[in-house]
Each structure stands twice: as structure tokens, then as C-alpha cells.
Design a binder for this molecule. Sequence first.
Ligand code: NAD
Length: 443
Amino acid sequence: MVAQQRSKISVIGTGYLGATHAACMAELGFEVLGLDVDPAKIDALAAGRVPFYEPGLEEVLVRNLENGRLRFTTDYREAAEFADVHFICVGTPQRSDSNAADLSYVDSAIDSLAPLLTRPTVVIGKSTVPVGTAAVAAARLAALAPAGDAVELGWSPEFLREGFGVEDTLRPNRIVIGTTSPRVEEVMREVSASQIEQGIPFLVTDLQTAELVKVSANAFLATKISFINAMAEVSEAAGADVIKLAKALSYDDRIGGKFLGPGLGFGGGCLPKDIRAFMARADELGVEPALSFLREVDAINQRRRARTIDIARGLIGGSFAGRTVAVLGAAFKPNSDDIRDSPALDVAATIASLGGVVTVYDPEALEKARRAHPELGYAHSMLEAVRDAEVVLLLTEWAEFRDADPDELSKVVRECRIVDGRNALDPEHWRARGWIYRALGRP
Ligand SMILES: NC(=O)c1ccc[n+]([C@@H]2O[C@H](COP(=O)([O-])OP(=O)(O)OC[C@H]3O[C@@H](n4cnc5c(N)ncnc54)[C@H](O)[C@@H]3O)[C@@H](O)[C@H]2O)c1
């Protein structure tokens, strides 16, 4: 009986964030309707197939399709009739002509939904947006909806990590809701009840603060990664070892060891575009100097890609022209098939553009990589990728690569040379097995 009185939920935009959110809300006992404008995505989800790689998500999806709590549609009218609360989870990529966020998908979701809202409804944004977006969206909703002011908007940024999406959605480290409306807060408390019961912090802020929590968290994480990568640059110049440096820093619990791993740097569908959009927004707000350090964070990150390419080029005598290169990794990080702004693929494509004959292997991201970069060669296993390679680059730290056996690889490569772009391997072990081993920030 209790379940029937609960709010019915729609999730608008069923990509990495929305598909995970929809399945997990159903797992928590809610009736959920997922909506996307991409019919192929909706067909796949409705058939129990997750159209991307996210460990554990398919089981949750299938279980909740089978118990009838979860359905999918492309029809906004159906979503408007069904749900009392709508979560907006559409993409906010970087604009092609500037650093700013492209908000056209958010606008389009609001414009499609609002005219269909004839009864009191709560809309909660989860997409990552520039500060100020939610206030504009709230006004737009109220102006376009037949129910007018009875349609209220809050913003609850999402902090899930790809690869841990299910766990992070069911047990987030905090829930933030930006709203000044008691009803929006009440609905958010209802949909978060099981997490609040577990003691997960639930913070209510104004709209602007909630928007800022997300982008400032990502700015901090990007800064931490680029900080240690800047130390890697200095270490290389000074003959120091950044791995030992990072370890020594990590014992200071004010610093901590997480996100302090030197290497090829960050990529993906969030950090790069979020720090750029944050800078663009600061500029609009007249506080550009406050975030000018993020320009350096971005530049340090890009330099790691160039440095990785330089090290590999140096190992094969100064030119990639006609040389065989194996690239291990295409996803922007392990346990994901997301190739958006992937450092690994960027390096692979640049080496190919410099004349290298590049073969890429990734345990999950091959199909997406092939579609984005048809000019590269692809292999279906690590051993196939490294066959006849004159240099091997490890660029995404999948466990399979971490655990690679240097002796096994020696048998098939042309030359035993490896660039460990993620500081994932034990240099002593590889050198002892006859490999020339190079990494970022190490002697
Ligand atoms: N991926 C993550 O790990 C993550 C984590 C936290 C926050 N976010 C944020 O969540 C948002 C979505 O990211 P994502 O990675 O899921 O992107 P995505 O590209 O995987 O998914 C976006 C989905 O929205 C759909 N869409 C676009 N316009 C639509 C419309 N008008 N109506 C309905 N559906 C529409 C697209 O077809 C797509 O399926 C972004 O703002 C992102 O920054 C993502």
C-alpha cells in the first residue's frame, strides 16, 4: 500500500547518468518511467540491455523491468501524465564554438515537458549546469506550464562516478538539493528517504549553491590531478621520482592519497568540459580572475598528453613515421567504455597523425573507439595489439594491463619498450624482464 502512495518518477535523458538513476530509483521501490529522444537507446533499455558499459547496472535494469516498476518511452506526453516528479538528466556538453556549456538539451527538455504539465508537479534537475541555469529554467517552466506556479523546480547535482554508478546512486556520499520551495524539499526527502535513513548527509541550499557544489567539486578534483602532474613535470626535470613524492604527500591526511596519482591526466564527459564551462561562467559573472588557475589546470593536463607522445617518440628514435605502435586503453578510465575526451584515444590519434601505425586494444571501449576513430587499427586482445609493436603505450589502467606479464608480451613485440602512461606497472619488474620502461615523472 505504501508503495502506491509514493511519488511516480520520470527520468528525462537516459544516458550514463539517467539510465543509472532510473534503474536505481526503481530498485529503491519507486515506479519509474525513463524517457529519451534516442529511440535506439530506449529500445535497448526496454529490452534489458544497457547501451554502455557500467558494472552491475544490467542486473538492476533487468530486475526492475521484470518486476514492472521500470519502463521506458520516447513520449513526453506519457511522462507528463505518469509522473509527479521529473528528473532532468540530459547532456550538457561543451559548446563547439566556446568553452561554455551547451544548454540546448536542457532547454529542449524543459520546452517539451512544460506545456504538458497540467497539475502540480516537481521537476528536479540533475545535469551539471553553470550557476544561474536553474533559476532561468524555473521561470521558463512556470511560464510555459498550464499549471503555472504549481510546477516547481529544484536542482540536485549528481556526483556518481562511472564504473561505480549503481553503488554511488544507491549510496551517494551526500545528497544536495537546491530549492527554496518546501514542497520540492519534501519530495526530495521522500525520494531520498532510504538514503537519509542510512545517515547519508542531506543538504538543502539555494539553487545557485547547489549548482556550484557540483562544478566546484569537479574543479577541485581536476586541480588535485593537475597539481601532482605539475609535480611530475618538475620531478622529471630534477631527476626526482613523483611516485615516491606522491606517496610521501599522501600520509598527510590534509592532503590524502586519492586523485594524487600522476600520469596521463583526466578526461571523460565531465571534468574537462566542467572546468571549461566554469571558467566561461566566471567570465560572464565578472569574476574571471577567480578561476584563472583552472586554465593552468587544463593546460597541465593537456601537456601530459604531449609529454607521453614525446617519451614514446624518443624511445623509437625520433619519428613515428611507419613505426608500429600498440596502445593499451581507449576508455578515459578503467571500468567504463566512455571515450569522451579520452586521453588514451587522443594520444593514439595524434601518433597516427604523425605517421605511426597504431593498434588499439581496450576491454570494453573498442566499438565506440572504432566509430570515433576509424583511422586507427584495433585488436581484440592485448597480445594481438602488441604483436610486432616497436613501442607499447599503457594509457588506461585496466586491471588486465596492470597484471600484464612482461614475458608473455616479450614473445610477440618487435621491441621490448613500454611507456607506462598511468604509472600502473612495477618498473623494476619490467626492467628485470628486459624491457625499456619509461613513465611520466620518474627517472
Ligand atoms: N556520466 C557521469 O558520470 C556523470 C556524473 C555526474 C553528472 N553528470 C552530468 O549528467 C548529465 C548527463 O551526462 P551523461 O554522461 O549521462 O550524458 P549522456 O550523453 O550519456 O546522456 C544524455 C542523454 O540525454 C538524452 N537527451 C538529449 N536531449 C534530450 C531531450 N530533449 N529529451 C530527452 N532526452 C534527451 C540523450 O539522447 C542522451 O541519451 C551531464 O550534465 C553530465 O555532466 C554525468
